[in-house]
Ligand binder design. Structure first.
Ligand code: PLP
Length: 482
């Protein structure tokens, strides 16, 4: 298994945190990746200069790190064939590496007190109502506690929420999941076999890309521009490739914040139905619009559309409460699959979630007001300290999609990390291998922290010397373009 350069940089993560010379810190992290099996025997490593550019360090740092590991016998360096992990004569053939390399997840796995995370976009703390609701729930007295399809009271509450948004829905059409992430994962397991095509937007939510990669699917990316998904291109992909699944975030798209106009949404739904392709609409962000009327979900245009939602962004990610909405027979199959995986989600959390739906409108209003304030503050701070960065306003959601005037997101993110702020490089979200100059920044932090984060970004930018950059094709996925 040969990691792409972007993927290796992501695995290296916060390698430079710690005391001591940079080359020793880098050698220590590469050694760890070898020991954990992410870099198996024989795996080639990037040339010194390319890795140095991607890490925003001098070439001598990489050369010294490689030499240290060569002297330990962990790397071999040969003229002409580059640097590789040393072969292990008796090493068993390792399993296919499917763990995530996405910085969004890796920053959660390796949190650090002194780094401001602008990479993982989610409310930083639960509203007071969440703790109050936990204090008020009453646990059932005669109940095993295993509900693979979800507690009836919560399935009914989610169904009512769809009804309120104009989409007739019965509780049998709802599967409760542990976050939307599990919903997308279960759908992928059920519908996608290795080698199947999956239509994705480029860029898109990286957590979904990783799930498709885990399933050994072949992504068929369709570009998203300032006006949302290129629906004509998407229809072409549906027609030509008949993907096993189409995954879209049409309203308040992650990461661009765009909103797909209703007419185009209807066209997409009609095409998916005509070609018999299951269309999954990720609705996790879709109610976080700052102004204007709510956009109807794609499920209002076709009965077969599968919705995936959660309370993570409107209320709090720690609830881990999500759902899938779809035709009842599909939901029944998904419930059998969920039973296999976890026998059902946590019951107290579901009781709390059901109560929260009673106060959903005020919770949502408060969240949107906070988001709008954060959005305006982040844009103002960026305009003040980093005027050369292009930061168009978002229609809602949690993030800005920012274009650097030069350089590339991966190497700048490395430098920013050393200045104490974690950002998500655009290329980690783009299966077309594009978005290399883009960064995704969220605005969910307290005003003082957000201001400090931009100050740190500005000090990193003042030091940034772009190299040639990792360039296109460095994504974690072997995408086939449309
Ligand atoms: C578009 C999108 N879908 C799904 C998820 C996963 O959310 P959850 O916390 O509900 O699993 C996220 C989280 O960031 C997201 O942005």
């Amino acid at each position: 298994m040969t990691p792409a350069l972007d993927e290796l940089v992501a695995w290296l993560g916060r390698w430079s945190a710690g005391r001591g010379p940079m080359y020793l810190l880098l050698a220590a992290r590469v050694r760890q990746l070898i020991d954990e099996g992410l870099l198996p025997p024989g795996a080639p490593l990037p040339p010194d200069r390319r890795l140095a550019t991607a890490l925003s360090v001098g070439r001598t740092t990489v050369v010294a790190a490689y030499d240290t590991l060569r002297q330990e016998g962990r790397l071999v360096r040969r003229q002409g064939s580059g640097t590789r992990v040393a072969p292990a004569a008796l090493a068993p053939p390792g399993p296919r590496v499917v763990e995530t390399s996405n910085p969004m997840f890796l920053h959660l796995l390796e949190p650090s007190d002194d780094v401001i995370l602008l990479s993982c976009a989610a409310p930083p703390s639960p509203p007071a109502l969440v703790a109050e609701s936990y204090a008020r729930i009453v646990l059932p007295t005669d109940d095993l506690g295993y509900h693979p399809a979800g507690l009836p009271v919560l399935r009914a509450a989610v169904a009512r929420r769809y009804e309120a948004r104009g989409v007739p829905t019965g509780p049998e059409q709802i599967l409760v999941t542990t976050g939307a992430q599990q919903g997308i994962g279960l759908l992928t397991r059920l519908l996608v076999a290795p080698g199947d095509a999956v239509l994705v937007e480029a860029p898109t939510y990286p957590g979904a890309l990783d799930l498709f990669r885990e399933a050994a699917a072949v992504p068929r990316p369709v570009p998203v521009g300032p006006a949302g998904l290129d629906v004509a291109a998407a229809v072409g992909v549906l027609e030509r490739h008949r993907p096993a699944l189409a995954y879209v975030v049409p309203h308040l798209h992650n990461p661009t914040g765009t909103v797909l106009p209703p007419l185009l949404g209807r066209r997409l739904v009609e095409a998916a139905e005509a070609y018999g392709v299951p269309l999954v609409e990720d609705e996790v962000l879709s109610e976080l619009r700052f102004d204007g009327d709510a956009v109807p979900p794609l499920s209002s245009y076709g009965r077969e559309v599968i919705g995936v939602g959660s309370l993570s962004k409107c209320v709090w990610g720690g609830l881990r409460t999500g759902w899938v909405r779809g035709p009842a027979p599909l939901i029944a199959r998904l419930a059998r699959l969920k039973a296999l995986h976890d026998l059902g989600s946590d019951v107290p959390g579901q009781l709390v979630a059901a109560r929260l739906f009673d106060s959903f409108a005020p919770l949502l209003r408060a969240r949107v007001a906070e988001l709008r304030a954060g959005h305006d503050l982040l844009r103002a701070e960026l305009a003040r300290r980093l005027p050369s960065w292009e930061c168009p306003p978002a229609a809602g959601g949690q993030t800005l999609w920012v274009r650097l005037p030069y350089g590339d997101g991966v190497s700048f993110a490395q430098l920013a990390l050393r200045h104490g702020v974690a950002v998500l490089p655009g290329s980690t979200m783009d299966a077309l291998g594009g978005s290399t100059r883009m960064l995704r920044l969220h605005f969910l932090l307290a005003p003082g922290t957000l201001t400090e984060a931009v100050r740190r970004l500005a000090s990193a930018w003042a030091e940034y010397v772009p190299g040639t950059g990792p360039g296109p094709g460095g994504t974690a996925l072997n995408a086939i373009t449309v």
